[in-house]
Design a protein around this ligand. Structure first.
Ligand SMILES: NC(=O)c1ccc[n+]([C@@H]2O[C@H](COP(=O)([O-])OP(=O)(O)OC[C@H]3O[C@@H](n4cnc5c(N)ncnc54)[C@H](O)[C@@H]3O)[C@@H](O)[C@H]2O)c1
Length: 258
């Protein structure tokens, strides 16, 4: 994708950039002229994506570690320059009924989806504050606005992500830093494939039947693509969105509205 270089000269860090939605975000930002640090806990995956993007570098980053977050921001800035854009996209899910959910699973979801957003934001924000410029876009979920059976722990972590996004927007606004999030619906990625298998098992259905149900629940009538999400993230990073902050934008094809 190219939009004529709206982000030429901009430097971006994308977490969870080695696959799925993060890969699409990194590709969209690079297509608009940004130089992207593609980061992931899976360095090989980040390297594969970065190799296909002009001016991109790959970085290992585990968002659950404050030390890893600080090191990754330093590495990205040493390689590319001061960060203009941070996309906190890394996320995980598991599926389980609340009565069977383990504390470990709860912590796993919260550590990546909620604490991870905080830690990488905290590592990147001081530089943005000093430069009085920055754009942060978090990948939340429609699960951060609705009730989601079998995903209560994941939903709670995404409600946390949206709450953090809105609070950070207020705290960072006076420093000219915008903070927004996108709330995707049923996106075709490896995370979704895992969820289809789990949900099928838990509900006594086939993965295809679950997938058809996702489509039925989506008024626009198809599964979402990573590119659908990346298009909106890209817009949030452009001057066209310069007065948008604290937003949690549904990118769901209408899923989750009822
Ligand atoms: N797929 C969906 O239907 C859907 C819907 C709504 C929101 N989301 C959110 O979108 C984001 C991306 O999801 P996806 O579907 O592309 O998933 P994915 O599993 O395809 O990709 C996630 C990437 O994050 C990386 N990652 C996992 N833990 C990490 C960690 N601790 N530190 C750094 N990187 C880590 C993985 O290695 C992987 O490359 C997540 O935040 C997810 O919750 C996905």
């Amino acid at each position: 994708m190219s939009d004529g270089g709206t982000l030429a000269g901009k430097i971006a860090l994308v977490t969870g950039g080695g696959a799925g939605i993060g890969q699409a975000i990194a590709t969209a930002l690079a297509g608009a002229g940004a130089r992207v640090a593609v980061s992931d806990i899976d360095l090989d995956a980040a390297q594969r994506i970065a190799a296909g993007l002009p001016g991109a570098v790959a970085i290992r980053l585990d968002v659950t570690s404050a030390e890893s977050a600080r090191a990754a921001v330093a590495e990205a800035e040493a390689a590319l320059g001061p960060l203009d854009i941070l996309c906190n996209n890394a996320g995980v899910s598991t599926m389980r009924r609340i009565v069977d959910l383990t504390e470990r699973e709860w912590d796993f979801n919260f550590d990546v989806n909620a604490k991870g957003v905080f830690l990488v934001t905290q590592a990147a924000a001081p530089g943005m504050i000093a430069r009085r410029s920055g754009c942060i876009v978090n990948t939340a979920s429609m699960a951060g606005k609705t009730a989601v059976p079998l995903l209560a722990h994941y939903a709670a972590s995404k409600w946390a992500c949206i709450g953090f996004t809105k609070s950070a927007a207020v705290e960072f606004g006076p420093h000219n830093i915008r903070v927004n999030c996108v709330c995707p619906g049923y996106v075709r990625t490896s995370m979704q494939q895992r969820e289809l298998d789990w949900e099928a098992q838990l509900r006594g259905m086939t993965p295809d039947e679950v997938s058809e149900e996702y489509i039925r629940k989506t008024p626009l009538g198809r599964l979402e693509t990573p590119g659908d999400v990346a298009n909106v993230v890209l817009w949030l990073c452009t001057p066209g969105a310069e007065f948008v902050t604290g937003a949690a934008i549904d990118v769901t094809g209408g899923a989750g509205l009822e």
